[in-house]
Design a protein around this ligand. Structure first.
Ligand code: AMP
Length: 429
């Protein structure tokens, strides 16, 4: 779905492309067609979802396609009310950016500053006004603002208006809006007062709800074992034998390491295959087919080989070795829990990998929950250290936004619990 396919006009398309918007966000995909048809809208959505463009684009498009009839001073045709000065400024900036090639004008008014420059702009005439409630009512009272030509009214972050004590101002304002208009109402939450307020502003609205997108790191239940290199294979075998999962993808740093893991697992009667660049195309295809069909449930791969694995609903990812590039961790764990409600990832961290863990935790903005090592792990008698260099690298894929706050991982879901909690031996597969 593109903005063009949604029927957005060229002057706006050009501005959106200059803003770097390639595709509409989910709220835009839902809201744009409804708003372009002239419907009222009740949107349950937070800032950060692309909400501003979802209402600004159709308003600009309508005003552009239906120019004001009488010449002279511009009439105020769209009014957007926001609870804070910062949000109001941000919304006005968005109208300026998206409306750059439409010739439409906007201005922003808010309290706490002298009104002179704001009233000067209003007196010159403006198509779109973004305002905070107090200053809006004040300037209306002084006769600087007339609402009789308003065709669009938008109330943004209505629940914040309520929290900030603006509800009476908003009621007064709604009473002054002309009856024939298109109304949009956005709120991240919908308590009773907000539902009532929306009812008084909107006539039979369309409703859309957009949940804030969870980041991969939030979506996937993560766990980590501090384990020495020589104990990793034994821990892996133990986990594969005692956990419930459908398909597990195990990441090894090297091809040689991947083969060694498979050999060890075979000794422990766990059927697994390795997939990496040294395997023939035929061998890879056979392995992938078995993995997809579920006849072979454990696949050991290097990062490069894993790119070709088109299996969306892995239930478990195990980072046998931590990746050198922290973004790779996000890509790896992002392979679980896509189709399912939850996925799980378990990482092994040897002492020389601790700096890599630090980089990963910094990137994802949370600490990976540490798991208690199962006691009886028998060592691999054939263990020989992997000689591949462990280069710490701060590469960037640019596709993951770090979270600013330090947080702990989400609680395990029912599936993840079964992965992290060893089952009784009689249930072993
Ligand atoms: P908002 O929810 O309106 O505050 O938007 C959140 C952020 O997403 C802003 O920085 C917008 O510039 C950006 N944004 C909105 N729509 C798109 C889009 N279709 N593609 C890329 N970025 C977008």
């Amino acid at each position: 779905m593109t903005f063009k396919q949604l029927g957005i006009i060229d002057p706006i398309l050009k501005a959106l492309s200059e803003e770097g918007y390639e595709f509409p966000t989910p709220i835009q995909q839902q809201a744009l067609p409804l708003l372009l048809q002239g419907k009222d809208l009740l949107g349950c959505a937070q800032t950060g979802t692309g909400k501003t463009a979802a209402f600004a684009i159709p308003i600009l498009q309508h005003l552009y396609n239906n120019p004001q009839v009488q010449s002279g001073k511009r009439n105020l045709r769209a009014l957007i009310v926001a609870p804070t000065r910062e949000l109001a400024i941000q919304i006005a900036d968005s109208f300026t950016a998206y409306g750059k090639y439409t010739g439409l004008t906007n201005t922003v008014i808010f309290g706490g500053v002298k009104q002179g420059s704001q009233t000067d702009k209003l007196q010159r005439g403006v198509d779109i006004l973004v305002a905070t409630p107090g200053r809006l009512l004040d300037l209306m009272g002084q006769g600087f603002i007339r609402l009789d030509k308003v065709e669009f009214s938008v109330l943004d972050e209505a629940d914040h208006m309520l929290d900030m004590g603006f509800i009476h101002d908003i009621r007064k304002l709604i009473a002054k809006l002309p009856p024939k208009r298109q109304s949009l109402f956005f709120s991240a939450t919908m308590p009773k007062e907000i539902v009532e307020l929306a009812g008084s502003m909107l006539g039979n609205p369309e409703r859309i709800t957009i949940e804030p997108k969870q980041t991969t790191a939030e979506r996937v239940t993560q766990g980590l074992y501090f384990v020495e290199k020589k104990d990793k294979t034994a821990l892996l075998a133990h986990l594969l034998k005692t956990s419930e999962f459908e398909t597990a993808l195990i990441f090894s740093r090297t091809k040689h390491g991947a083969d060694k893991i498979v050999r060890y697992l075979a000794k422990k009667s766990i059927k697994a295959e390795a997939i990496h660049g040294n395997k023939s195309q035929n061998a890879r295809q056979r392995v992938l087919k078995e993995f997809k069909e579920g006849t072979m449930r454990v696949l050991v791969a290097t990062d490069i080989a894993a790119r070709g694995i088109d299996v969306d609903d892995l239930s478990l990812v195990i980072n046998f070795d931590l990746p050198n590039v922290p973004e790779t961790y996000v890509h790896r764990i992002g392979r679980t829990g896509r189709a399912k409600a939850s996925g799980a990832s378990i990482s092994f961290c040897a002492s020389d990998e601790r700096p890599l863990l630090k980089d990963i935790e910094k990137l994802i903005g949370q600490s990976v929950p540490k798991l208690q090592n199962p006691v009886a792990i028998e060592e691999d008698p054939d263990f020989e250290p992997d000689r591949a260099p462990l280069n710490r690298s701060r590469g960037s894929s640019g596709s993951f936004s770090p979270k600013p706050k330090q947080r702990t991982g989400k609680p395990a879901g029912s599936f993840a619990k079964s992965v992290f909690k060893p089952r009784t031996p009689k249930n072993n597969r």
